[in-house]
Design a protein around this ligand. Structure first.
Ligand code: IPM
Ligand code: MN
Length: 353
């Protein structure tokens, strides 16, 4: 059956890496016998500067008609930070209720990690980041702005419903992953005695009642950061709130080789999910054909897995591993030994052969 994919190439190097992702998707579709149909949307900073429209009012209604969304990058050096992030990326996550941000932290062979004496056998876990609540809810404001007595407040908000659905996804994911069968909650119960108290109670209640086969661990977020550096091999699946998740997934990304390689999914298990390379729009590399497309290609693989095309997803991942272990000198833009398009071509060649 044909799957309908909405493509948002976005800004900066977004379109370049998306083009390689699509190339690879098409190769996988041809090889494994399924069809993908793409519709492009020009949302992003460039479009905003031209038209004044950040995201059209009907955007989410339109996007709901697709089986998945494939995103490049949103962000423009001439647009003030916060406008596009809130107005496009976060708005889509919220309005499409993509309540999971799934972030595999996996070091591929041949990829350099800043962690001393650690290799692919040590760095292979997944962060399940809640993706709709917390400080990201947007509750807060100023009083007396611009005066010496100014106050600013921004509040972390979680409902039991949000916490439970995220935990359920994480427990199910840990079970399906079937590796160490260990789910670690990353919180801050020693200080955030309301929000992470709720998370911790919900975590143990659900785990005890419904997931006795899954081992439960708890770490404060500061300690989580330490162990992600010192003993990443301890982790299997980590579940956490939106803000801590944002921070620890960037730490995780750098341990897996950085933005050239890290991919993520914004998942609504009952709706439309969106897959993206997690590096930004990288304006300084734009148009030079030197950015690493592997993160986008890995996001494409995640999308196919989500769509049930597991064999194709696996073939793409294997081709990525082939590139990192045998071909590329580095994962950094301009230092890879090949151009962006050459890497896309080589991944395709590996898949079709
Ligand atoms: C991410 C990004 C976003 C976030 C930004 C761009 C709004 O950092 O996907 O992790 O904070 O969630
Ligand atoms: Mn982030």
């Amino acid at each position: 059956m044909e799957k309908k994919i909405a493509v948002i190439p976005g800004d900066g190097t977004g379109p370049e890496v998306v083009a390689e992702g699509i190339k690879v998707l098409n190769a996988a579709a041809g090889k494994f016998g399924f069809k993908l149909n793409y519709t492009y949307f020009n949302y992003g900073g460039e479009n905003y500067l031209k038209t004044g429209i950040i995201l059209p009012d009907n955007a989410t209604e339109e996007l709901k008609k697709f089986d998945a969304i494939f995103l490049g990058a949103i962000g423009h050096p001439d647009v003030k930070p916060g406008i596009l992030e809130k107005g496009i990326l976060l708005r889509l996550r919220f309005e499409l209720d993509q309540y999971i941000n799934l972030r595999p932290i996996k070091l591929y062979p041949g990829v350099e990690t800043p962690l001393k004496d650690k290799g692919p056998e040590h760095i292979d876990y997944v962060v399940v980041r809640e993706n709709t609540g917390d400080l990201y809810t947007g509750a807060g404001g100023f009083t007396l702005k611009g005066t010496p007595n100014e106050t600013a407040i921004q509040t972390s908000i979680y409902t039991r419903f949000q916490v439970d659905r995220c935990l359920r996804y994480a427990f199910e994911y840990t079970r399906k992953r079937n590796k160490k069968k260990t789910l670690a909650l990353c919180g801050k119960t020693n200080v955030l005695t309301f929000v992470y108290d709720l998370w911790e109670r919900a975590f143990h209640e659900m785990g005890e009642k419904e997931y006795p086969d899954i081992k439960r661990e708890y770490y404060n977020v500061d300690a989580t950061c330490m162990w992600m550096v010192k003993n990443p091999e301890w982790f299997d699946v980590i579940v956490t709130g939106n803000m801590f998740g944002d921070i620890i997934t960037d730490l995780g990304a750098i341990t897996q080789g950085g933005m050239g390689i890290a991919a993520g999914g914004n998942i609504n298990p009952n709706g439309v999910s969106m897959f993206e390379p997690i590096g930004g729009s990288a304006p300084k590399y734009t148009g030079k054909n030197i950015i690493n497309p592997l993160a986008s290609i890995a996001a494409a693989a995640m999308m196919l897995e989500h769509l049930g095309e597991n064999k194709a997803a696996e073939a793409i991942e294997n081709a990525v591993i082939y590139m990192t272990s045998n071909k590329m000198k580095s994962q950094n833009a301009g230092k890879m030994g090949y151009s962006t398009t050459e890497i896309g071509d080589m991944v395709v060649e590996r898949i079709v052969k």
